[in-house]
Write a protein that binds this ligand. Structure first.
Ligand code: SF4
Length: 137
């Protein structure tokens, strides 16, 4: 978990999406103060996240949300497989230096709109959960 957080915090531009457990993704952009944690297993396809924050959430072919990995990556991308090797992780990582998400307030609104709390917002610096404050577990 610490390795993944280090990878996420290490990006200087673009966006990164890491599958930390099957169906559970953490993502951030270089410009964001948040880590988005999205649980695809919980998603019921209500689509409000994608309507509010369309640069961050898309709907996939199974009508579930997915975090936007952006336009095709180009040859400038850092060597993420090497980074993974360095961090000794086999996690599924998507890094795109040419992508960006919505502004943080919009991402938070998107998370708050989810009826099943499938989207968690974490403070990137402190690791504190900003939303939801009381989890339905
Ligand atoms: S708002 Fe929640 S349930 Fe609806 S698509 Fe987004 S993540 Fe899924």
């Amino acid at each position: 978990m610490i390795d993944i957080q280090e990878i996420i915090k290490s990006i200087k531009k673009g966006t990164i999406i890491v599958e930390i457990q099957p169906g559970i993704f953490q993502a951030t952009s270089a410009e964001s103060n948040y880590i988005i944690e999205y649980d695809r297993n919980r998603c019921i396809g209500a689509a409000s996240c994608a309507a509010i924050a369309p640069l961050t959430f898309l709907m996939d072919e199974e009508n579930k949300a997915k975090i936007n990995s952006g336009p095709d990556e180009n040859s400038d991308e850092p060597n993420i497989s090497k980074l993974k090797e360095l961090k000794n992780t086999k996690k599924n990582i998507n890094y795109n230096p040419n992508n960006n998400f919505d502004d943080d307030e919009v991402i938070l609104e998107g998370a708050q709109s989810c009826p099943v709390l499938a989207i968690k917002i974490i403070d990137k610096l402190t690791g504190e959960v900003i939303f939801p404050l009381d989890e339905l577990n």
